[in-house]
Design a protein around this ligand. Structure first.
Ligand code: 5GP
Ligand code: ZN
Length: 115
């Protein structure tokens, strides 16, 4: 765990979050500044800075994070209306917390392309 990493501290239970789902590899919790009626972040328990820092050994973990995002979306009732899973990578793409996370957004119509 990285002590100065916000999401490591949420995973460790040191900072409160509304946890939606957790398992041995991942934790999903509500975004504090939701951009849609449902806005959940799915993070690995392990600290990985960004998608760009994931390596071949992380392939199964990356797939797991996407499957958790889908499972949470389905459980929250978004499978028919649709939802979006997004990974912002690098500050220029809007990444502000440097612990890999999948945004899962649902509950409203989503525009394409994103801003
Ligand atoms: P990024 O901009 O890195 O793709 O996404 C980071 C997300 O983390 C943002 O959507 C932001 O609202 C969310 N966030 C920042 N601080 C906290 C926090 O303390 N708790 C929770 N639950 N979400 C946070
Ligand atoms: Zn971290």
């Amino acid at each position: 765990m990285e002590n100065n990493c916000l999401f490591c501290r949420i995973v460790a239970g040191e900072i409160a979050a509304e946890i939606i789902y957790s398992d041995e590899r991942s934790v999903a919790f509500r975004d504090i500044n939701p951009q849609a009626p449902t806005h959940v972040l799915v993070v690995p328990r392990e600290h990985i800075e960004s998608l760009d820092d994931a390596t071949q050994k992380d392939e199964a973990l990356l797939g797991h994070l996407l499957r958790v995002a889908a499972r949470v979306a389905n459980e929250m009732g978004h499978s028919e209306s649709g939802y979006r899973a997004v990974i912002n990578t690098g500050a220029g793409a809007g990444q502000s917390v440097f612990h890999l996370h999948v945004h899962m957004l649902g509950g409203r119509a989503l525009e394409w392309p994103p801003g």
